[in-house]
Design a protein around this ligand. Structure first.
Ligand code: AMP
Length: 514
């Protein structure tokens, strides 16, 4: 099997239907898209010279070519490595090296960064800009037949960050992606050729997951002209199209609602906002329901089980008379049709209803393992269950409520920030003895990064120097927005820093407040 067959099938059934649109103009129908993809696949094999299983990296902001390159990569039997467009050069270097990528497709804006990123690599991948002549020439090659693959062949290396701070590549197979696709129809929404998916969140992550169910049913993918999330532009698209669905992080939903409250746009063209990727506060869900109507479905997942662990249905959002309505709204819903979940203690023993433990997941949507990281694979998939690192509890009707993100991920403006990564950079400063990074709630971004620093004896480091250190090594959005210099970090008996205490100080007591 090959997941790219979904595009071929749609081109047969819906050849003349729009497949891709930029803003309000359709750029390609299904027949042309499918032909272009077969040609591009021919170039990936014949011109660039890749073999099945080789990795193709994508460093691109959202654009119609993104989807073409994903499908062409699969059609050719290769694996896609989409990378977040906001990463730092050094982070790109790591991902390109770790994935052993042979070619990297870029949008013009990211070309200079990727050129710097590959400078230090012994084996440098080709860089191909989708707005350059080389790309145009790739579209003139001979088409090839779709590669016949084992269902367990690698399709998508989904890079996430581990607790060690180094990103880990979740190996998603063609079977994983097919299960994820079918699960969308089972638990989120039915889709047909008159639907549209709007990609305002990054296609390298959250929004990219939704390419597949919509292509499978001959729907159109709309890419905003800005290539990103601009609430006013999103509202205009709701006015221009019908049956628009989109994936948004909770903070994006919140910002959209704020703008819509004043704009009063006609949102009848919006079908569904699928939200997830971070906690959504009940107050915000109620607000969104009031402003947009019955258009919300929540999903919970992670790269390792691509956004397919639980769903809180549209019906659950509307069941206001139910005695558990508000607690259900605070939950992430019930396990997906193709997934089993279990809440377990530290020894992997299942816990009773109501008890908090780690959320474990089993099913055909769960990744094959981590790319070139057998230790992490064994640890994360032990006993045949995916250990999500998320803590939660189940109620008697199967609703899962997440209590805390055990991995302490900070989610700022819809992007995940792993504290350890920031901590490691700050620790490079000679005047920093110890450091702990946490998220502090922020009205616009969901959370913002703050750092607690125990200075080495003598003078504390200059904040400006710490900023400079971060900017040199990690993406700008990961840099702490505030530094607190303290005498000692709170720790437990095992010497582990108690981040919950730091958060408590920050939120309740406020002794560290500005
Ligand atoms: P990533 O693999 O980078 O997409 O991050 C996945 C993590 O985001 C999960 O392990 C959860 O901690 C968090 N997450 C995803 N969806 C939700 C949700 N609906 N509510 C709360 N947290 C979520």
């Amino acid at each position: 099997m090959n997941i790219a067959a979904l595009l071929l099938k749609s081109s047969r059934s819906f050849g003349e239907r729009p497949a891709l649109a930029l803003g309000n103009s359709v750029t390609s129908n299904y027949r042309d898209t499918s032909k272009r993809v077969a040609v591009l696949a021919g170039s990936i094999r014949g011109v660039i010279g890749l073999f099945p299983g080789d990795r193709v990296a994508i460093a691109m902001k959202n654009c119609p070519e993104f989807s073409d390159i994903m499908f062409a990569t699969w059609h050719a039997g290769c694996a896609a490595v989409p990378m977040n467009a906001k990463l730092h050069e050094k982070e790109f270097t790591y991902l390109l090296k770790h994935s052993g990528t042979k070619v990297c497709f870029v949008t013009e804006d990211l070309e200079p960064k990727i050129k710097i990123a590959i400078e230090s690599l012994d084996e440098q991948p080709d860089i191909i800009s989708v707005s350059g002549n080389q790309y145009q020439r790739l579209l003139e090659a001979n088409p090839i037949e779709i590669a016949e693959l084992d269902p367990n062949a690698l399709a998508w290396l989904f890079y996430t960050s581990g607790t060690t701070g180094k990103p880990k590549g979740a190996m998603l197979t063609h079977r994983n992606l097919l299960m994820m696709t079918v699960s969308y129809f089972a638990d989120v929404d039915p889709v047909d050729e008159f639907d549209n998916i709007l990609h305002a969140a990054p296609m390298s992550h959250g929004s990219g997951i939704y390419i597949l169910p919509f292509v499978a049913k001959g729907a159109c993918q709309i890419i905003p002209e800005s290539g990103g999330f601009d609430p006013s532009e999103v509202l205009t698209i709701f006015e221009q199209y019908n049956n628009v669905s989109c994936f948004f992080a909770p903070t994006m939903v919140k910002r959209l609602i704020e703008v819509q409250k004043n704009a009063g746009a006609d949102t009848s063209g919006l079908k569904t906002i699928i939200y997830g990727g971070g906690p959504m506060y009940v107050e915000d869900s109620l607000n969104a329901l009031e402003v947009l109507g019955p258009k919300l479905v929540q999903i919970y997942g992670q790269g390792e089980a691509p956004m397919t662990i639980t769903a809180l249905s549209r019906a659950a959002h509307l069941d206001t008379k139910h005695p558990s309505y508000l607690s259900r709204l605070a939950s992430v819903g019930k396990s997906r049709t193709d997934v089993e979940i279990q809440v377990a203690d530290a020894e992997d023993r299942p816990l009773d209803i109501g008890n908090v433990g780690e959320v474990l997941v089993r099913g055909d949507v769960v990744m094959k393992g981590y790319w070139q990281n057998p230790e992490a694979t064994v640890q994360t998939l032990r006993g045949g269950w995916l250990h999500t690192g998320d803590m939660g509890s189940l109620d008697e009707h199967g609703y899962l409520t997440l209590k805390d993100r055990s991995k302490d991920v900070i989610i700022s403006g819809g992007s995940n920030i792993y504290p350890r990564e920031v901590e490691e950079i700050l620790l490079r400063h000679k005047a920093v003895m110890e450091v702990s990074v946490i998220g502090r709630s922020h009205p616009d971004w969901g959370e913002e990064v703050v750092a607690f620093i125990v200075p080495d004896e003598g003078t504390p480091p200059e904040e400006k120097e710490l900023d400079r250190l971060c900017l040199k090594n990690i993406a700008r959005f990961k840099r702490p927005k505030k530094y607190y210099f303290i005498k000692a970090l709170p720790k437990n008996n095992y010497g582990k820093v108690l981040k919950t205490e730091l958060r408590q100080e920050l939120e309740d007591v406020g002794i560290f407040k500005k």
